[in-house]
Design a protein around this ligand. Sequence first.
Ligand code: ADP
Ligand code: MG
Length: 702
Amino acid sequence: MSCTTQKSVPDLFASMVFNDGVMRERLPKDVYKSLRKTIDDGKDLDITVANAVANAMKDWAIEKGATHYTHWFQPMTGITAEKHDSFISPTADGRIIMEFSGKELIKGEPDASSFPSGGLRATFEARGYTAWDPTSYAFIKDHSLYIPTAFCSYGGEVLDKKTPLLRSMEALSAQAVRILRLFGDTTTKRVITTVGPEQEYFLVDKKLYDQRPDLIFTGRTLFGARAPKGQELEDHYFGAIKPRIGAFMKELDEELWKLGILAKTKHNEVAPAQHELAPIFTTTNVATDHNQIMMETMKNVALRHGLVCLLHEKPFAGVNGSGKHNNWSISTDTGKNLLEPGKLPHENAQFLLFLAAVIKGVDEYQDLLRISVASAGNDHRLGANEAPPAIISIFLGDELTAVLHAIETGTVYGGTLRVNMEIGVNVLPTFPKDTTDRNRTSPFAFTGNKFEFRSLGSQLNIACPNIMLNTIIAEELKQFADELEGKEDFNGALNELIRRVIKEHKRIIFNGDGYADAWKLEAEKRGLTNLRTTVDALPHYTDEKNVKLFSDHKIYTPIEMHSRQDIILETYSKTINIEALTATDMVKRDILPAVSAYVAELSNGVLTKKSISEDIPCQAELDIIKRLSGLQDCAYKKLATLDSAIIGVKEIGEDPIKVAAYYKDSVISAMTELRAVVDEMETLVSAEYWPYPSYGDLMFRV
Ligand code: ADP
Ligand code: MG
């Protein structure tokens, strides 16, 4: 640790990354050129080139202290997976040399049988393979060379989140380039999407954490009476950072910088003990890798400070949970942001066309965007007035909305500058960027030159929402290109198309308060979907239009979609099951015995008092004994209900949708009822007897 702090930040940055600079320096010129071609144009890598790259990588890694390499991938577990092989290779004379071949670099063959596949592997070989994604640089962590890879089965079925993400980026690129050509751009070869994910998290003391089985097994508190203070004073958001937290954040930044992660902004968040880290945006697949590393590094660095990092979406009832804002944009290979309103008429027209694609796409595939953020944990947040509602809508801000209205109706836009909005002829009126970013209740907000998708839960692998976004926009751009290509009067056709899209899809635009009940009614009137929970949302994943979308763009086959749907639903059910088992265990083995012990102590006290004199008042004890005994009986009944609910799942059968629905309807409600009684008991039992650290301890003693 100490040596890293002595280096300057620029020296530290990416010091553990085999990036372009290192490649240029270490690879023979022709090898570097071919590798660059692979990275930039997606060309296949020749094996002799791969050998040369592998060798240079190995030498570099060994100099940095690495002894192993690993193909690092992102299976359907939501976290990352790795298996480490050392570079050692025996020689005839009984020694070893350090070796790493091109074949080992580009392809790995982990045993895939223990990763979730949603039944896919039943029909195919159990083995899978990992393939190097050269667009995401290799890096060194804990003495291993990490090679970012995509993970497939031998039949070619995707078993991970990276493969479809890369495919969706390709799909969008192909269609976006077609659009750019229509606007006279003959040079752009690829279009990429960029993402900057803002990551929220909680930090609690490790000693307190270790005393809470619910945190250990489920990542959230299943019980806990409210502390006298929560977030009502709004004193934590952007508040001064405590020294212990500051030390954690400093080390976290350094660790991330070493790995080339652009950690930029850190601050306290709304809830006590809640914080945020935002990186500078980068290409979507790299941002996805980096976000996974960021979450893992947060957990590891926290432990070094006697802390535990909670990434669960809702660690504590009564205060805000944690999300992740997915700032997303589209850009050319030369870095021109296509969601930035331009200064010239044709740039504006192009911006409006991309904007129209987003509006149409989000409206037509609201369900997919909702599905992409669905999880048991995130169900606690969406619609709970701390996160955007489960209803998907777009915030554009008043100015841009007025511009669109003027376009739709062919009227004059009466903003700061009165202009007639003929697309491709007039310049868009400039509108102040700042005013576009003040609505925090919208799930999908335009923030001047990017969209901020705010519905993500804090633990989510950002690949999922970005696969959806990229594919949806690819589809809309494809339709637009099909319509506009070869049109003689391009401007006329463009005007007509944009006008039509606004007319048909403006219902998705909502600039008001997303938390208000009135919005729910209004959204229903507009015909927008409101898929409140994971169980409501997931069945729509395989709706015909969605299957068609992903098949058309070759992201998923219908079989792969069904398997993914099953995996997500099964994960949901397993999560609730673990929570329910943890809850009953805590109540049976810790909570009820603690209450009994405390009641016994009070009762003995009463008996002792009475033995001294009948006159000593015991009303307080007697009241508490009575109330606690009543609550104990009540808890015992609720416990029995939960127990039988857990067992009852056996009657439901195999259908993952039905099983998940059962967990939602029967198990969650039984857990909620049990919790209410337990939390009330906590407020009556002596702190000395209560088996767990309180909410106050967890959130304020950091
Ligand atoms: P705020 O959300 O407070 O307005 P910023 O606008 O500075 O903050 O940025 C929030 C996040 O959006 C950062 O991670 C930033 O890197 C990212 N971001 C900025 N521009 C883009 C872009 N073109 N594409 C993707 N993400 C972007
Ligand atoms: Mg933000």
